[in-house]
Design a protein around this ligand. Sequence first.
Ligand code: SF4
Ligand code: SF4
Length: 289
Amino acid sequence: MQDSTTTGVGNLRIAILSGKGGTGKTIVSVNLSAVCDDSVYIDCDVEEPNGHIFLKPVISEESEIKVLMPFCNDDLCTGCRACVDFCNFNALAYVNNKIMVFEDICHSCGGCKLVCPENAISEKEKIIGKIKIGTSDNVTVITGIMNTGEESGVPIIQGLLNREFPAGTNVFIDCPPGSSCSVMESIKEADYCVLVTEPTILGLHDFKMVHELVELFNKPHGVVLNKCTASYNPSKQYCIEHDIRILAEIPYDNELGKLNSDGKIIVRESKKYRETFTELLGAVTKEVQ
Ligand code: SF4
Ligand code: SF4
């Protein structure tokens, strides 16, 4: 069970990424948060947030995330189609003498309103998701949830990350899987990126993509090799060949698998893994300093 020893240097923003789902990104994120003093865990995987399943926070606050959608006044519209031509996302069409807005693919850029020569376009609010804030022992848990069918989680991720945190707090950002614009938004202000990968060819393929992304953003980074066995690990080989810092190797282990499938925070249940994640946090903070 959990002992009282926690660690962490404070004021760091650590992003945890993986090229694909199922590599153990959330396990690493929630357990790093749980092993650290005064931490904040932010679930930016807004399409499928699942950190709360493990942390089970007591929710104290909930708010909606809204974006602005264009809305056309048909009486003012002359049908010039300047707005339709402007929209890069093909979210507007002029049909039967009326402007139609396809809200699911509109990115709320506001451009159509600006280019309309008749001031026929105004904006209305649309709720695209919500943010929940709660606590789980030493961890403040902030979760973004995008409504089904929405095109982009970026406004929700901005709502999650554009906030002040108390001095001394370490922030752990559980990024969406992959290397899309949602991931870019999640790592933008991170001090350090932890890439989580597994020892498969597919795992290596997706790991390479996310590695290219953090290189592109010029973010300091290291790797957690998860589900390690005695067999050949192509991701480890890639790290060695490209001189990428290996922060930890977590074994493919029944104890860990059982705790995880039971929805437990591993470091609160297992002394062995508490040491593993404390060492991982120490390795990350040492890298950042
Ligand atoms: S707000 Fe931007 S994305 Fe949406 S319809 Fe207008 S131009 Fe297109
Ligand atoms: S730019 Fe304005 S006037 Fe022209 S089609 Fe669009 S809404 Fe109508």
